[in-house]
Design a protein around this ligand. Structure first.
Ligand code: HEC
Length: 150
């Protein structure tokens, strides 16, 4: 009997310690630093402000179209601002030297980088060139328009 009592005493003590440390843990979790760490955005975000003056056309071109737009239309609406001038380090349309090593990665990589966005050595390619309304197919068309006639 006394052994049992001792055991249950130990058990209660154990639970008390566990819940105490649980409370301490929870308090840590709720510290402003911990919360800020948890809710911070993943990666750096390219805001509309960053694009001011660089890509005014990109935001204007986000109206939904009935069918997939051809590469030239998408390019002129969403990609032109950077890829025609080389703004922000973008490889220029038709610039063979700039595109050849990129094309060598394979179309799937170009497509992935254009759709998801990526930061390379030259600069930062925003997801879909900021054209949120552009479908995957339209982005593909625009890539072809930029790289097919080198
Ligand atoms: C705000 C400027 C900007 C806009 C708008 C933009 N791009 Fe880019 N893009 C870049 C930059 C900068 C790079 C080069 C990044 C690097 O390699 O460091 C790039 C690279 C690329 C690449 C090469 C990816 C690779 O793997 O080398 C493709 C493909 C591409 N852009 C497609 C597009 C398409 C399609 C659009 C329009 C829908 C578009 N971009 C609009 C800035 C832009």
């Amino acid at each position: 009997m006394s052994v049992l009592r001792k055991l249950s005493c130990l058990l209660v003590a154990g639970i008390a310690v566990a819940s105490l440390s649980g409370a301490a843990f929870a308090a840590d979790e709720m510290s402003p630093e911990a919360i800020a760490e948890r809710i911070k955005p993943v990666g750096d975000v390219y805001t509309a402000k960053d694009l001011e003056g660089i890509a005014p056309a990109a935001t204007a071109s986000t109206t939904a179209a009935s069918g997939p737009r051809d590469g030239e239309t998408v390019y002129k609406g969403a990609c032109f601002a950077c890829h025609d001038t080389g703004a922000a380090g973008a490889p220029k349309r038709g610039d063979k030297a700039a595109w050849e090593p990129r094309i060598a990665q394979g179309f799937d990589t170009l497509r992935k980088h254009a759709i998801e966005g990526f930061t390379g050595q030259a600069g930062m390619m925003p997801p879909r060139g900021t054209c949120a309304a552009c479908s995957d197919e339209e982005i593909e068309n625009a890539i072809h328009y930029m790289t097919d006639n080198l």
